[in-house]
Design a protein around this ligand. Structure first.
Ligand code: E4P
Length: 218
């Protein structure tokens, strides 16, 4: 499964990319607002696209299809690995179809139901982003949605990739892997939670102490 980092922070992206842990990046307007300060969003996207080779999702902020298409085309000029993110609205799907027809990959975001995911695929989405954590937040079951979309896409040989999003903890990741999501986007904090294990730390500490007591060099 491909792992994308869900952040617009160039420092976090560099750190994860240097360790070879990520295959791409997803951003959204909220994540950009957290890091942009004085910087132009286009400069941030450019830096991110130079840091990772894989897909980098950049979201439009227009609400009408014409505006989304215009912004999407402009964003796509930044780099070949930009993917245009559009919201799962009627206007967003019109923009998705137009951008896809122009050869521009689209990530349809803010997906909360299997029928939305089906329609996004019909509009030609390259990625569909179901938001697991936000469904759990309102007492739903986000993982059920991933499983439903997986089954629907498999039933009809739909090629749109399921990008599990709004991942809040390692169990979301384990379940996404088990269900067979194509990719997952995770915040830096969760990425390092996936990596660490207290028994690894404890085991390493024991090895180091025993080695020190031997008093030799390798
Ligand atoms: C996905 O592309 C979104 O940026 C993200 O996963 C949203 O996560 P949140 O619900 O934690 O904000």
């Amino acid at each position: 499964m491909r792992i994308f980092l869900d952040t617009a922070d160039p420092i976090e992206i560099r750190r994860a990319a240097d360790a070879g842990l990520i295959d791409g990046v997803t951003t959204n307007p909220s994540l950009l607002a957290q890091v942009a300060k004085e910087r132009e969003p286009s400069d941030i996207f450019k830096e991110i696209c130079q840091t990772v080779e894989g897909p980098v999702s950049a979201e439009v902020v227009a609400l009408d299809a014409e505006g989304m298409i215009e912004q999407g085309e402009k964003l796509y000029e930044i780099a070949d690995n930009i993917v245009i993110k559009v919201p799962l609205t009627e206007e967003g799907l019109v923009a998705c179809r137009a951008l896809t027809n122009a050869g521009i990959p689209v990530n349809v975001t803010l997906c909360f139901s299997p029928t939305q995911a089906h329609l996004a695929a019909k509009a030609g989405a390259t990625f569909i982003s179901p938001f697991i954590g936000r469904i759990d937040d309102i007492s739903g079951d986000g993982m059920d949605l991933i499983a439903q979309i997986r089954q629907i896409y498999d039933n009809y040989d739909i090629e749109t990739e399921i990008l599990a999003a709004s991942i809040r903890h390692p169990q979301h990741m384990v379940q996404s892997l088990m269900i067979g999501a194509d990719c997952a986007t995770i915040p830096p904090k969760v990425l390092y939670q996936l990596l660490r294990h207290p028994l690894t730390d404890k085991g390493l500490e024991g090895f180091m102490n025993d080695w020190k007591s031997l008093g030799r060099d390798l």
